[in-house]
Design a protein around this ligand. Sequence first.
Ligand code: SF4
Length: 448
Amino acid sequence: MEMYYRKKNCGRSKGYSDIILSDREIIDVLIPECERLAKQYSTKIETIGSGNCGSGISGFAIEQKGDIYPCIFGVSDKTQCMGNILSDSLDDVWFNSVKLDKFRKLDEGFGYLAASASEELMEYEAVDLVVTKISILSFIQYDSYVQTLAENVQANIDKFYQIRGLQNSIKFYENSIISIEGSSGCNARCTFCAYNEDVGHGWYGRNVTEAAKDIHYLYEVHNITRFAFSDNEFGGNLYECSYRAKILADHLNDIRDKISIALNIRSEVLDADSILNFSNAGVKTFLIGIESFNERTLKKIFGKLVDQAHLHKVIKECDKNNIKTVTSYILWHPWQTIESIKFELDKIEKFGRYRIPQFLTNSILKVMPGTPIELKIKRDNLLKKSFFHRSFEFQDNNTKVLYNLLKTWYEENVYPTLRQLNDENKGDIRQIAELKIKEFEWLKQQLI
Ligand code: SF4
């Protein structure tokens, strides 16, 4: 079996980034050519997509002078050198290198989320090491070599995107929804959100022309019409977003009526021009995180800055341009009060209850390990912690009673019907809508 790894420029080739194959060249030329050669020589050729790191497991790197490194992304760092192919025994390096061994143990326990769950992860023997930048948490096993290595890899991952294993052998079905990557991370810092902690950086945009070409390619070659950007936040900031929307419109306007695109975006990065351009590119749905209409909750608890006047303008523009806005909402959180629930319900009604897809029973804060809100809940002694699971207690007893009543009402009046419904049956959507209206009315009645 032969393997193809995406190459990295080093030495004198650093100034010539165009000699590296682009995603399109890999898809259009390399993969078909590998398939042809594999057939001709009865062998197997694998192209490497994103996935677990293979260093120390399926490979290592040798630079031009023969120095051996765990990974191609480490070849510029002499501290990671494990020997030289011209003078050392490869068996010795492979089987006895402490550095490679540490690399082998690296793959599962990396980052802030792993740090928060490190007690369970280690007890469960899922990982040997947890690597993190949060050095103040004393329970984390810390290793400086792995730390340096992890940072080096992370810095390079930020720069080099890999294709997502798109192969001609993948079968697409009618109505398949294909995920496209347009960026990673987010410039906001919501206290409950784990996305930035997970990727280890803020917002980082992929070349949007490439993303638009991917969509065009999939439409032309595979007749795919439904796309969803997998990004946490597609826009970045107001200026980036306006540029990205324009590029999408330029590349996709000719097929805008044939495709539909959904994407996650913050209302703050949208304006009338970018909304028009998104519409011209075939965007039909925005997923926007509102989370609360209570300014205090947003600022003090969720760490989220939302300009409410701007949000309402954005929603109006979306309606005008036939872009559906689907919003996420967190009604139930540890510090919620009855007064604030009344306020929220009133605002939700004016805003349009139908824009919030879930039942309000389910609009409850999910506590993700490693997030700032987890620490805040812990500090207030409201954290409920079990093996690989976090949740919370309500601070206000009246809120707790109301939430439990709602849950019981939901279990008796909604859940039995939901169990009978089926995605395929269009009439069932109407039933869900009716149940959601009933839930809203029931909750309002309790507060009179
Ligand atoms: S705006 Fe969304 S993606 Fe960004 S930090 Fe907040 S919840 Fe996370």
